[in-house]
Design a protein around this ligand. Sequence first.
Ligand SMILES: *[C@@H]1O[C@H](CO)[C@@H](O)[C@H](O)[C@H]1NC(C)=O
Ligand SMILES: *[C@@H]1O[C@H](CO)[C@@H](O)[C@H](O)[C@H]1NC(C)=O
Ligand SMILES: *[C@@H]1O[C@H](CO)[C@@H](O)[C@H](O)[C@H]1NC(C)=O
Length: 337
Amino acid sequence: MHSVPVILTLTVLTVLLTSTVQVIGWRPYPSKTNGSDQIFDASKKYEGSSNLVRLRYHMGPVLTNNITVHPIWYGTWQKSQKKIIREFINSISAVGSKHPSVSGWWKTVQLYTDQTGSNISATVRLGEEKNDRFYSHGKSLTRLSIQSVIKSAVASRSRPLPVNPKGGLYLLLTSDDVYVQDFCGQVCGFHYFTFPSIVGFTLPYAWVGNSAKFCPGVCAYPFAVPAFIPGIKPVKSPNGDVGVDGMISVIAHEIAELATNPLVNAWYAGADPVAPVEIADLCEGIYGTGGGGSYTGQMLNDDRGATYNVNGIRRRYLIQWLWNHVVSYCTGPNKLD
Ligand SMILES: *[C@@H]1O[C@H](CO)[C@@H](O)[C@H](O)[C@H]1NC(C)=O
Ligand SMILES: *[C@@H]1O[C@H](CO)[C@@H](O)[C@H](O)[C@H]1NC(C)=O
Ligand SMILES: *[C@@H]1O[C@H](CO)[C@@H](O)[C@H](O)[C@H]1NC(C)=O
């Protein structure tokens, strides 16, 4: 889940030792302190570190079967936008992308295992999709109404999404005119599982919103920077769509956590399963070597001056790093040794 960072001098260490609040990674969520405080007090956190981050396995299942991602396009989506996102999902287990690659990034997820020692699947494919272009549940969704949207997609009379509790992930993507509970102030996306009482099945799902109209400075950072942070310039997005390029890192975050903690009883840190700190939360806002606090770390630039850190099949993307529990730090394929 995306957490609610209190951007003070907290580091992973102090947070995990002193509180159960999920306060780890960095996104410029609006906070009570003002901009200059945030920049200068932001912890100069490294790419993780520490034996004190106790990410633990809680014995629940992880996604060891081939993973199939089913996007639900809620609201108004351009073809070009869908393409950027589809190609990202198709890049996760693509072979032959140039280093550093999206598939290299997924290797960190594959390090996680279940009770039997089975690793998370190397295979992530794009499955059947569903359009919900007439906003079946309105333009303002709650956490519960999101489950009703998923219910509509799997129970639809025409071309329902298949119900696949073994490796299916349901990815609800909302267009830039849809507000979702806690969007922008606290979250840019989250994952959970559906309730049988609402959907009829227990299915792992995530929601990620296009923040372009509501809060690109928060959820599409660093392609946009919020007004309350003076003096930082946004970087150019790799696919020319600030909202969608910003969604990619959030989608990556949620898919990584869905794979390692699909029913919220597998891999997480912290004592509280209601607010687990998961493998992407630990590295939120870190995109390269030296990242931490409000610094993204070293990223790459293409010949048009756009910023990215991984290569996909045909495109480039900027996605956050993930926690490697074997070595106890955040890592990504673009790390400099
Ligand atoms: C920002 O924070 C500083 C120090 O805490 C304070 O003196 C200043 O008034 C604040 N500025 C605004 C605009 O809130
Ligand atoms: C899983 O994916 C691999 C590689 O794409 C494929 O060879 C295999 O047949 C798939 N297994 C199932 C059960 O679909
Ligand atoms: C499976 O997980 C173990 C333990 O983290 C790791 O050593 C191994 O390299 C992983 N296998 C793959 C294919 O990633």
